[in-house]
Design a protein around this ligand. Structure first.
Ligand code: URA
Ligand code: SF4
Length: 191
């Protein structure tokens, strides 16, 4: 969970990061949001336009849907922590490149170390390939649980994909139900 001082130190250090080219085009760096004491961490891809302007993850259209998805399983931003694979917006929302993901990875790893979550949910392919396996396949493997370093890890569809393709929503809902079940079984704090 980390102390308040540890979080302040980490976010202050991250705020000045210029380790990859995304620092040149960002408006605001998007560190993370939510409850650092949560046992559940959600990981997205990277900031979009609204996130870049506001400095907060998932505040645009995909974020609205994410909030609704959380609500369906009695969660909200005060009960989870939300971060991204890269903290600065890729221009025109392109995929973050491998060199950018690598440069940024230590910030996410330090967030994970402080939170020490029991459950990690990867939102979409990019987070799945970054966290679960380089060749992770979202279509085939969403909703499956993996054990990674003592944590339960699953990926589901990115809310942006669910905005584009309504036919994926029932499967995403099944994943959310599996998440709710897992939380009830293994989480002890905050639920
Ligand atoms: N998409 C993401 O992956 N992350 C955000 O913060 C917003 C949109
Ligand atoms: Fe630093 Fe990550 Fe932003 Fe690149 S994306 S400048 S590594 S914080």
């Amino acid at each position: 969970m980390g102390t308040k001082e540890q979080w302040e130190a980490l976010s202050a250090e991250c705020a000045g990061c210029r380790a990859c080219p995304l620092s040149q085009t960002r408006t605001k760096l998007v560190f993370g949001v939510g409850n650092p004491e949560s046992e559940v961490l959600l990981i997205g891809e990277g900031p979009g336009e609204q996130e870049d302007l506001q400095g907060v993850p998932f505040v645009g259209p995909a974020g609205k849907l994410l909030d609704q998805m959380l609500e369906m399983i009695d969660l909200d931003r005060s009960r989870v922590y939300i971060a991204n694979v890269v903290k600065c917006r890729p221009p025109r929302n392109r995929d973050p490149q491998p060199n950018e993901q690598q440069a940024c990875r230590h910030w996410l790893d330090r967030q994970i170390a402080l939170i020490d979550p029991k459950i990690i949910v990867c939102l979409g392919r990019i987070a799945g390939t970054a966290i679960i396996r380089e060749d992770f396949r979202i279509t085939r493997e969403h909703g499956q649980w993996f054990d990674l370093g003592g944590r339960r890890v699953m990926a589901t569809y990115h809310p942006s994909a669910l905005l584009r393709d309504l036919s994926k929503r029932p499967e995403a809902f099944m994943d959310l139900r599996a998440l709710r079940k897992e939380i009830r079984e293994i989480c002890t704090r905050t639920y």
